[in-house]
Design a protein around this ligand. Sequence first.
Ligand code: HSE
Length: 441
Amino acid sequence: MAEVVRIGLIGCGTVGQGVVQLLLAEAGEIERKVCLRLELARVADKDRAQPAKAGVPADRVTTNAADIFNDPSISIVIELVGGTTIAKEFVLQALRAGKHVVTANKALLAKHGREIYRTARESGRCVAFEASCGGGIPLILPIRQGLIANRISAIYGILNGTCNYILSEMDQKGKSYAQALSEAQQAGYAELDPTLDVNGTDTAHKLAVLASLAFMADVDFDKIHIEGIESLDAQDLAAGREMGYVCKLLGIAGRTEEGLSLRVHPAFVSKSHPLAGSSGSFNAISVYGNWVGHTLYYGRGAGQKPTASAVVADLVEIAVGNMPRTFERFRMLNDVNEQPVYAPIDDLQLRYYVRLMVADRAGVMAQITRCFGDLGIGLRAITQHEPTDDAPDGTVPVMVLTHKTREGQMKKALAAIAALDSVRAAPVTIRLVEEHEEYSS
Ligand code: HSE
C-alpha cells in the first residue's frame, strides 16, 4: 500500500484547474513511479464554480482557506492565488500551521522571498517554487542541483510566454500587437493583469527569483532595470529582420566588474543566437556556469498544462522528502544572503538599434551622424527608406546600428538627437545582445 500524501490547494483558476486535472489523470502513474499517493484533500476558492469546473467533488471544496490550514491530515499546501497581498498571508499561515508550500507565485517570491523563506525555515518546513519561473521547464532544479558545482556567470532568458507569443505573431504572421495579446490571454498565458506581462514586470519577477538563487543574493526587485514591449512597433521588428535580427524580451542577470547587472528589456539577437529560435509561448533560458559552460533550458513557459506539470513536480519533490531536506541545508535563498552590489545600467557596453523619424531634407543625416560622432559612437549601418505616400510632412524613418558603446554615452547622444528640430518623434532604441562568452569570470 502506497503512503497517502494529502494536499490542499488554494486558488483554482487556470493553473489550479490544471493541477486538479493532472492529479485526477496521473496520480496512479505517479504512484507507480514513487510509491506515494498524492491525494487532493481540499480545494479553496472564493468561487465554488471554479473547482467544480475541474471536477473537484463538492464536499472537498471550501471558500475558507483556514479549512486547509486547520486540517492536520494535510501536509502540503499549493498556493495558486497569485498577487502579493492575500497570497502572502496564505503562504505564511500555511507555513506557520506546519505545512510545506508549493507556489507558482513569482511576484510574491520576488518581493517577499526573504520573509517567506525565513518563516519556512523557522517552521521547519519548505517552499518549493519550480512553477514560478519558466512554466513547465525544470529550471530551479538544475540551478540548485545539477549546476551546484558551478559559479554562475550569467543568465539570459526569454521568461515570459505572453510577450514571446506577441512578438513571434507580430513578426512571423504580421498580426497586430492587440490581436496577439488577446490571443495570448485566450490561451491562458497572460497574467490576470496582462500589463504585468507586456511591461516586463513578470519577467523581472522571474529574474529576481532566478538571480537570487544563482548568485546567492537577496536581490532587491526594485533594483532591476525594466522595459517592456508595449511601445515596440512592427516596423522595428521588420527592420530587425531585414538586418538579420529577431526581437525578444530578455531577462538578463550577470556578474560584471561593477557588480550584479539585472535588466529586462527588448533585445535584438542575431538569427543564429541560441535564444533566437524560441517562438510562441515557449521560453528559453541560457545559464552559464564556470565549469559546465553554456546550458540551455527550453519549453512551454506559460499555460495551464505546463505550469501544472511543474507544480506537481514540486509536490513529488516534497512528498518523497527531497525538498524539505534540501531546503534546510540551502544557503542560496534570500533570507540567508546579503544585498549584492548592483551594476549601473549606464555602464553597459552594447550595440544599439535606433529608429529616428526625421524630416526628409538636406543635411539631416549629417546632423544625426554628428550627434553620434561627437560622443565617440561609431555607426555600423544606416538605412533610410523613401517616404511613403502617407508619411506626415515627408517624415521618413532612419534606422541606425551602432558599434559597441557605453549606455550612458548613448543616452547623451539620443538626448542631443531628440532636441534637433528635424527629429519629429522620440527616438526608438533596441539593444543588440550578443551571445554571452561561454567561460567568462
Ligand atoms: N504570464 C506568464 C507568462 C505566465 O506569460 O509567461 C507564466 O508565468
